[in-house]
Design a protein around this ligand. Sequence first.
Ligand SMILES: C=C(OP(=O)(O)O)C(=O)O
Ligand SMILES: [Mg+2]
Length: 401
Amino acid sequence: MTLITDIRLRRVLDSRGNATVEADVLTESGGFGRGKAPSGASTGEYEAIELPANEAIAKAREEALPRLIGEVHAGNQRDVDAALHAADGTDDFSGIGANSAVAISMAAAKAGADVLGAPLYQHLGGTFRGNEYPTPLGNIIGGGEHAADATNIQEFLAAPVGAPSVEEAVFANAAVHQEVHDILADRDLPAGKGDEGAWAPSVSDDEAFEIMDEAVETVADDFGFAISFGLDVAGAELYDEEEDGYVYDDGVKSTEAQIEYIAGKVEEYDLVYVEDPLDENDYEAFADLTAQVGDQTLVCGDDLFVTNVERLQAGINADAGNSILIKPNQIGTLTDAVDAIELATASGYESVVSHRSGETEDTTIAHLAVATDAPFIKTGAVGGERTAKLNELIRIEDNAV
Ligand SMILES: C=C(OP(=O)(O)O)C(=O)O
Ligand SMILES: [Mg+2]
């Protein structure tokens, strides 16, 4: 019944106004699924390769569609994704493009769910999945590769860890976003927004820490539950090989100084989450920081692990980090993403399912996070392509999908 009978690919817009790949998958019994590829700006060196949308579509039409249409059942996700790998023929999806691969992979999953008449999270997670809902990490203040003339640290993320429900957590993050707007206005600091909807004021990182601290405290008092915050340092973007250090507006920090700086901020602000605090090639430095603060905070690898089981296994062997960011387009298929989550869980690492800075209205990651009992999801705080996922989480919690 879920035999794939047609796949249609087209170019659509992402949130930055760039072209991305949309895939429709149709099945023998009338099942339908649609998936859209997101796109990163601060991409990891070891990510699967995104091709220009037109090229990815042409290559996928030529290589992948003949191996899928009339050949594979959309309900068998591992078969779909194995066919995508076989069609691609490389180890980084540079053959058909990770953007085509992930769009087809997600569309097939939705078509499989459609045939079953089940929500996507149930199709992916099965009836025996746990009953956890992820805490949303909301990007509130940001700079780095996502906004010019703003903070050096890429993301300051609200983390409503005490929220009694996803719904309350989502509204708390939006309130922190509004509170930061008011604090910036009080300080006469005009701010536009970065790619993910976070405020992008021209302030030092130290001032951003103070503003976040004040905002989460105010909103926590209003909402009556604990709200902490965390960071995506995007360390690989700050690291400069020639300088042999991390380049900030106010100077260069050696690796040792960077570890000390981040450990100090974890202590000072009780940070619950620190993503990519160090360079994507430095497992040893990740391990040093994890040894220092890993019992108080999540030390998460994004560019370090790129959702890749081999890189994650190397990190596990080195005790580097204690959590992994999961971005399906970083590795190309849902199967690869779920394999990374399963390895992480088996190894005592937490999984944080994540959007990209360039997004669409696709909601697959909300379902993936619920299906796999991921404790956190990082998908922004405001903005249509972000609220698409947040509102879907609210609907999932309300049994309304
Ligand atoms: C979401 C992120 O940004 P991008 O999509 O630009 O990699 C990130 O670095 O975690
Ligand atoms: Mg990151």
